[in-house]
Design a protein around this ligand. Structure first.
Ligand SMILES: *Cc1c(COP(=O)(O)O)cnc(C)c1O
Length: 430
């Protein structure tokens, strides 16, 4: 079934570390070899062995309208005729920025970059430059790209220093990042009491989606808004996943809480490499060339990427799409809940809008510690079973299912049916 993918994977491994250009694509945590994809259309992806799958990865988020969205494709084709990069201002950059400012409540100036990683790295530098402070609070299990300051694991107490989570991250830099449990107000309060005047920023995924999907509890975001303001620290929302996914204005609109800085990626480029960071004019005016905080990019605001992104910004303003997305995801969750009631397996489902996670644990998942109770071997078996039935899920327990507008009701029902069969088989094995 996967012979050609296996062959190509072996060839790729001779030239690329692990055969992939990003580790999340390797299927190592589900004990499989990655599929090589040759094309995608709407809700479907096709591998080089000619298998067809209903795709719930959606390129890890960007494909809110499914693959090959017509307006996006046409806009890119038209731009292609005129040139791919000029290294000079273009009108489409202003138009794109104008839409972002209109849609995202807390943004009145925005800088385009090429990835989510660049957005978070740059936003943190800006927060440090603006506040004149060096420390940052992040939440364990949140992912903010691969910048050095974010690849940090927690020390052993609130006041202790962060440790590198990857070789190559300097220990001295890691000390400036304080990693605290998600949804834990007391912990955040303690850190602010002890070192509030050293904290440049708190950065958070307003809905965590990189340890599976974990919603913020009990006005956690509003709490962070207040405590950062009281300590003259900046609040940074990493909306690389939630931006344009939960609402046109992202999680900040959905939860009615405005950060000082917002990081965007994924959907904003509609499948082309785009990221952005933005916020209030007073803060953004610290960025070069207006201010002294340096940040630049040869391909930033690239016309091909902006052409795609601009169409996405227009499309997310269509009436009723977020209701439709939530309804599709709701149908899926309803189906999964029914299965959960019938099988003797540890299962817990989290959903926010079109983000869904099925955890193989009997604990409610509210942070990294509870997420870590999930049985990853069970997930691997589930993943393989679903793949064989033509359902392409993320190759990890700790990723979201991305529902798109291209998923039909029939496909959602077929996914539920497949899950019921796979989970009932799995029940027999334990
Ligand atoms: C994907 C992701 C990033 C990193 O974006 P890249 O484009 O992969 O560099 C940052 N933050 C969050 C929340 C993400 O999901």
């Amino acid at each position: 079934m996967y012979e050609r993918s296996l062959e190509e994977y072996r060839r790729a491994c001779k030239f690329l570390p692990g055969g992939v250009n990003s580790p999340a694509r390797a299927f190592s945590s589900v004990k499989e070899n990655p599929l090589f994809i040759k094309k995608a259309e709407g809700s479907k992806v096709y591998d080089i062995d000619d298998n067809e799958y209903i795709d719930f990865i959606g390129s890890w988020g960007p494909m809110l309208f499914g693959h090959g969205q017509e307006e996006v494709v046409t806009a890119v084709e038209e731009q292609l005729e005129k040139g791919t990069s000029f290294g000079a201002p273009t009108i489409i950059e202003t138009e794109m920025a104008q839409e972002i400012v209109k849609l995202v409540p807390s943004i009145d100036r925005v800088r385009m970059v090429n990835s989510g990683t660049e957005a978070t790295m740059s936003a943190l530098r800006l927060a440090r430059g603006y506040t004149g402070r060096d420390k940052v609070i992040k939440f364990t299990g949140n992912y903010h790209g691969h910048g050095d300051s974010f690849l940090i694991k927690a020390g052993s107490g609130p006041a202790t220093l962060g440790l590198p989570d990857s070789p190559g991250v300097p220990g001295d830099l890691a000390k400036l990042t304080i990693s605290v449990p998600y949804n834990n107000k007391e912990y955040v309060e303690k850190v602010f009491t002890e070192q509030g005047d050293e904290i440049a920023a708190v950065i958070i995924e307003p809905v965590a989606a990189n340890m599976g999907v974990v919603p913020p509890k009990d006005d956690f975001l509003k709490f962070l808004r207040e405590i950062t303001a009281a300590n003259n620290s900046l609040l940074i929302f990493d909306e690389v996943i939630t931006g344009f996914r939960l609402a046109p204005g992202g999680a900040q609109e959905y939860y009615d809480t405005e950060p000082d800085l917002t990081c965007l990626g994924k959907i904003i480029g509609g499948g082309l490499p785009v990221g952005a960071y933005g916020g209030k004019q007073e803060v953004m005016d610290e960025v070069a060339p207006v201010g002294p905080v340096y940040q630049a990019g040869t391909l930033s605001g690239n016309p091909l990427a902006m052409a795609a992104g601009y169409q996405m910004m227009k499309l997310v303003q269509k009436e009723g799409i977020y209701e439709e997305l939530a309804e599709k995801a709701g149908q899926l969750v309803e189906g999964l809940n029914e299965i959960q009631a019938e099988v003797e397996l540890p299962l817990n489902i989290n959903q926010v809008g079109s983000l869904v996670s099925l955890y193989f644990t009997d604990q409610e998942v509210i942070d990294y510690e509870t997420a870590s109770t999930a049985d990853t071997d069970l997930y691997a078996d589930y993943f393989q079973g679903m793949l064989q039935k033509g359902i392409y899920l993320a190759p990890s327990q700790f990723e979201a299912m991305f529902i798109s507008l291209a998923h039909s009701e029939e496909e959602i029902q077929n996914t539920i049916k497949a899950a019921a069969e796979v989970l009932k088989e799995l029940e027999q094995t334990i």
